[in-house]
Design a protein around this ligand. Structure first.
Ligand code: PLP
Length: 396
């Protein structure tokens, strides 16, 4: 018998991985080249060559026991120092070695922060649509995820929805830009608005509300800079991951970054350090930590994703689909052609197109296309999208 709490979330989950697996079965029957699997955000660009080169060099040059042994829970001091210096130089911040905590990607960083910050029934506000795992990262620690819907016309955070979602129980606001699932990059105006609202609510409630900036897609922004949130709101905690920037999601490496001016800095560090242990992470992978001494600022060639984005965005709009222009990440949010986005995804399967229903992201009526495919595959999917569109047109 498993925990009732877990049973409930298993039963209610719209599982995109199941659709992804179904795609693999379809590929075995029809041939991989005839299946357009847009479900999962698994990077499709090879890691930059320097990644493997550095890993090999590390294996050959570092004393094995040191490389493979337990480091401090929070990570190697030289790696944390290097990242602090790198961030200070790049974004003009004031990080110190202490404020950098190495984690197994962004997922574990958010879990660590939830464990550190939440008591039972405390609340975490996030902008919807949002990455479906957020609910799990929060509810596992007995918290409650409260969505603040973005403006449906722009997919940017909305002031009145944010104000309505905040309460004296809000411990942090989880923000993700560039965004999964919409591909939106939140503008500087949006960030200023969020900061202004949070400053006012902090003052009203008399306790800090942290802004946790989940940034696995920071390096995947096309034609624009993603505002660095510490400049707008002092109580910002940055969560970064190399999963997408370096195309190494299986390697599980990222960090939490906090400037010393963040409220209750020492308590936060102690809480995160303990949480690393209590949740069983112990420490982030050592080989991958050392990789960052050379690759902290390296990223994949995003021009490849951008090319695929352009093919899909322009192609789908030409057919007649409504979609938001995605400025980052590798996601395109498209309006389903019927109200029930799950039914629409089923219908798309007839064209061997696999999509993720928006309902899974608290964005019903829409679907997410994860365009981690080549531009050529994207191009070949367009006739199927066109037939799908025609089927709906002929219905009315
Ligand atoms: N946050 C968002 C918005 C994501 O899309 C993902 C993964 O897809 C994660 C966090 C987790 O990423 P990581 O591999 O760094 O744990």
């Amino acid at each position: 018998m498993i925990a009732k709490r877990l049973r409930k979330s298993l039963d209610s989950a719209v599982c995109i991985r199941d659709i992804f697996e179904e795609g693999k079965k379809m590929a075995a029957v029809y041939g991989a080249e005839n299946i357009f699997n847009f479900t999962i955000g698994n990077p499709s660009i090879e890691p930059p060559a320097i990644v493997n080169e550095t890993l090999k060099e590390l294996l050959d040059s570092e004393p094995a026991l040191q490389l493979h042994g337990y480091p401090a829970n929070v990570g190697f001091p030289e790696v944390r120092r290097h990242l602090a210096e790198h961030l200070n130089q790049k974004f003009g911040c004031a990080y110190t070695e202490e404020g950098i905590i190495m984690t197994s990607g962004a997922a574990s960083a958010i879990a660590i922060l939830s464990n550190t910050l939440l008591d039972q029934d405390d609340e975490v506000v996030t902008f919807s649509p949002y990455f479906w795992e957020y609910k799990n990262y929060v509810e596992t620690f007995y918290g409650k995820l409260v969505p603040a819907a973005c403006d449906p016309r722009t997919l940017q955070p909305d002031r009145s929805n944010l104000e309505a979602a905040l309460s004296p129980r809000t411990r942090f606001v989880l923000i993700n830009t560039p965004n999964n699932p919409t591909g939106a990059v939140y503008t500087e105006d949006s960030i200023r608005m969020v900061a202004e609202v949070l400053e006012a609510k902090q003052a009203e409630y008399g306790h800090p509300i942290y802004l946790v900036s989940d940034e696995p897609y920071r390096r995947l922004a096309y034609d624009m800079e993603v505002p660095y949130l510490t400049h707008y709101y002092a109580n910002t905690i940055v969560v970064y991951s190399y999963s997408k920037a370096l195309s190494i999601p299986g390697e599980r490496i990222g960090y939490i970054a906090m400037e010393p001016t963040v409220a209750d800095f020492d308590d936060l560090l102690a809480g995160c350090t303990a949480s690393l242990r209590f949740l069983g992470y112990v420490n982030a992978p050592t080989l991958q930590q050392k990789l960052l001494l050379r690759c902290a600022d390296v990223a994949v060639d995003t021009a490849i994703y951008k090319k695929t984005r352009d093919v899909l965005y322009e192609g789908l709009r030409k057919i007649g689909y409504t979609c938001n222009h995605p400025d980052g990440a590798f996601y395109l949010f498209v309006k389903a052609l019927e109200e029930d986005d799950v039914a629409f995804c089923e219908k798309a399967k007839e064209e061997r197109i696999l999509l993720a229903p928006g309902a899974a992201f608290s964005g019903p009526g829409w679907v997410r296309i994860s365009y981690c495919v080549s531009a050529e595959t994207a191009e070949r999917s367009l006739p199927g999208f066109a037939r799908l569109y025609e089927k709906y047109r002929n219905r009315t």
